[in-house]
Every structure is written in C-alpha cells, then in structure tokens.
Design a protein. Structure first.
Length: 194
C-alpha cells in the first residue's frame, strides 16, 4: 500500500503541502483509473468521476475502520461514484423514447432486465476471468481455449494433442477449478442474476 494513500486517513489532507497533495492524488488516480475507465469506457467522463470520487473519499475518510483495507475501500467508493454517474446518465438520456417503447415500467412485459450494477458486475467478472485464464499453466489455457473458443469436442482435443480423452477431461477440470477458486476468492458473496 502506498504511503501517500495512507496519508488520506492519517492526516488532514487540506493542511498537507501542495506537493504531497499532488502525490496523493496521483497515487489515487493510478489506483482507480483502470476500474472507472472499464466501467465508463469514456476518457472525459472517467476524469470527472475520478475527481468526484476523490472528493467523496476525502469526505468519507472517517468511515474507514481498518486501514489495511484502504485500497479495496477506495475502489469501492470509486465504483459507486461511477455507477451513480451511469445511472444519472441513463436516466437523463432518452427518457421519452424509453417511455414510448416500453411504457412507464421501463421493460417489456414478462422480461426482467438486469440492473445497471448487475451488468457492470458481470462485465467486471468477465474481465477477471480473462485475467485468471492468462495466469493458468499454458497447457490448461490451451485446453480452455480449445474448448470454449474453438468449441472442440473432447475427442477432437485429444486427437490434436496426441493424448486420451480422459487426460483432456482431467486437465480441463483442473483448469476450470483453478479459475473457479480464484473467482470464489475474489467474488465471494456477490450474487448476479443471470
């Protein structure tokens, strides 16, 4: 954890020297930029949300109980501000068209649309899965790519690799379990409606 970021909670930010304030903001920016940009996919909006979330962090810094969880807490605040920005944008954009198409409820009859937060959660989870796949052993990664992306059968995979179907099944099972364990570790408690 950065010593500059910890200064957000151990000292009065406004009374710090300007150079120190700038370093704190730089560290904060580096920490939350990838997350916010991933959610918004737009550079100017990302810049605005980073500034707003930084101000929100300064306001709410007294709420953090455990400084060891600082980075996670900072990301959570930034994520909340980004989601609020998207909700506001979505609400303001095309309200009239949505009412005309879907009626006042916002969804066609019988269809349950996931919330904006759930959509972002799913996208973040997919991004994490991609990262976990890149961390796998090359042989596991190759099997997953053959199965998921090339849509090969176990027989086709075994023939291409010069091995048996049982070996392919075992290694593919281990690869999926490795990814599943990482997901459980990092996404435990998150419920996403499919």
């Amino acid at each position: 954890m950065s010593t500059y970021l910890s200064m957000l909670f151990t000292s009065d930010y406004m009374s710090l020297p300007r150079a120190t304030q700038q370093e704190i903001y730089k560290e904060y920016y580096k920490l939350v930029y990838p997350l916010i940009y991933f959610i918004l996919k737009e550079y100017p909006a990302t810049e605005d949300v980073i500034q707003e979330s930084f101000l929100r962090t300064l306001e709410k810094s007294h709420q953090l109980q455990d400084v060891r969880r600082l980075e996670g807490w900072l990301r959570m605040v930034a994520r909340s501000v980004a989601l609020n920005y998207l909700r506001k944008l979505k609400r303001n954009r095309n309200e009239l068209e949505t009412d005309e198409i879907f009626g006042s409820s916002g969804t066609p009859a019988g269809i349950v649309r996931p919330s904006l937060e759930e959509e972002v959660e799913v996208n973040l989870m997919k991004e994490d899965i991609r990262k976990y796949l890149n961390l796998l052993k090359p042989e596991y990664r190759q099997l997953i790519e053959m199965r998921w992306y090339s849509n090969l059968s176990y027989r086709e995979m075994a023939a291409a690799l010069g091995t048996t179907e049982n070996v392919v099944r075992q290694k593919l099972y281990r690869a999926r379990e490795t990814v599943r364990d990482k997901l459980k570790e990092n996404w435990d408690g998150v419920r996403i409606r499919q």
